[in-house]
Design a protein around this ligand. Structure first.
Ligand SMILES: *Cc1c(COP(=O)(O)O)cnc(C)c1O
Length: 405
């Protein structure tokens, strides 16, 4: 055995019979560098742990990265969905459409405010919400908004959605949790970043450790609309404003503030915002790494029975939050990978099949493409710090599964 062979190549060489039981390869994970740690420590030693300058700095850096006017940092992606839904009036008496293939928070956020959710089935190739399905719902009338998801990192075509939404008087809230850095080209040929809100009213992101930018917890709402922005600032902090220009009653002194609407404490602390700003410095580099990992999967898994994800056309950029393969043997493959310390995951169990949604009246069989997708899908490891050796091990293990089966 040549000494230069790596740990994982050795493992692969020994046909997966020996492995380090302490080392697992998840489907996604964070990457923390010394500069991240330094940024957090500096904030811990500063005057503000929350409501300080690191929040503004992160918001500004993020808005610049995405290319939108306003960014509002909040406690997590779900809080971002909640507040954006409220700010857009996706609440009591309103019916809103989303995809059944998403994290349940994309739908839950409408229910928080007393609104109703409807699902439109997916496009079986891209796994994104199918615009034809959306349109047939809209034709029935009575819908106030759409929450499209740039699923797995494949950007929604926000302009096409905008045409639809406009025609039927709907607002658009993009769930861009999977897609920071993704872009599509609009019909004029201009690159539009996911979540830049050029064709939507607002978008949201999450900084959970499995996402591109990892803060532990955290979220961001982006918008180009001043009215939405002001509403979000109020909603994030109890509905309280200290801005003298916005007071509705006479100012009674330096302490004076007003609670004007029913809001929440959904703030993101400075400690986490500093981590976010540090992480954001490496966003482009990390995106390139994710693309390289995807290219290698396409090249080295093409001879397996796996169905590999549809690649975005040349005028779009897939951000590869997830790398989803499809197989008839999903359960067996999931179990086999797990035995070999590879923790693949299923994204997602269709929201409408969850017990809570079944109790609301949704039925199995209602969105057959989403359900067929769910029966086959598996997210294999995809994160920017996945090493070449680790990826070799994943690829070899996948090959071995199909050799044995
Ligand atoms: C992660 C995620 C969320 C929720 O974000 P949290 O920060 O975990 O609350 C919402 N939608 C999608 C598509 C996500 O992937």
């Amino acid at each position: 055995m040549p000494l230069s062979i790596s740990h994982y190549e050795l493992i692969a060489y020994l046909c997966g019979k020996i492995f380090d039981p302490m080392h697992t390869i998840p489907y996604g994970r964070q990457h923390i560098t010394q500069s991240d740690i330094d940024a957090v420590i500096a904030t811990l030693q500063s005057d503000y742990l929350t409501q300080g300058p690191a929040v503004d700095a992160f918001e500004q850096a993020f808005a610049q990265y995405i290319g939108c006017r306003y960014a509002v940092a909040v406690a997590n992606g779900t809080a971002a969905l909640h507040l954006a839904a409220l700010a857009l009036g996706f609440a009591k008496g309103k019916r809103i459409i989303t995809s059944p293939i998403t994290f349940s928070a994309s739908a839950n956020c409408v229910l928080y405010g007393g609104g109703q959710i409807a699902f439109a089935d997916i496009d079986r190739q891209t796994y994104l919400i199918d615009l034809n399905q959306v349109e047939s719902l809209l034709k029935q009338g009575g819908y106030a908004g759409i929450i499209p998801v740039s699923f797995a990192g494949y950007p929604i075509h926000a302009q096409d959605l905008h045409y639809l939404a406009d025609r039927y008087g709907c607002a658009l809230l993009e769930d861009a949790c999977h897609a920071p850095g993704a872009w599509f080209s609009d019909h004029a040929g201009t690159r539009q970043m996911s979540g830049n809100c050029a064709y939507t009213d607002a978008a949201i992101f999450s900084f959970h450790p499995v996402k591109h930018i990892a803060c532990g917890e955290g979220g961001m709402i982006t918008t180009n609309r001043e009215d939405i922005y002001q509403k979000l600032l109020l909603l994030r902090t109890h509905g309280i404003t200290k801005n003298p220009q916005l007071m509705q009653q006479p100012n009674e002194g330096g302490w004076y503030h007003e609670m004007q609407i029913l809001g929440f404490n959904y703030r993101m602390p400075d400690i986490l915002c500093a981590l976010g700003t540090a992480q954001l410095q490496r966003a482009d580099e990390n995106l390139l790494r994710r693309q390289a990992i995807a290219r290698r999967y396409y090249a080295e898994l093409s001879d397996t029975p796996l169905h590999l994800p549809t690649q975005a056309p040349a005028d779009q950029l897939h951000a590869y939050h997830l790398f989803i393969v499809e197989t008839e043997q999903r359960k067996a493959l999931y179990d086999y990978l797990r035995q070999h310390q590879i923790f693949a995951q299923v994204h997602y169990i269709p929201v409408h099949t969850m017990p809570y949604y079944q109790a609301l009246g949704f039925r199995r069989g209602q969105f057959p493409l989403a359900e067929d997708y769910y029966a086959h899908c598996l997210s294999i490891p995809m994160y920017h710090s996945l090493s070449d050796d680790e990826q070799s091990y994943v690829i070899n293990t996948l090959h071995r599964f199909f050799e044995l089966s």
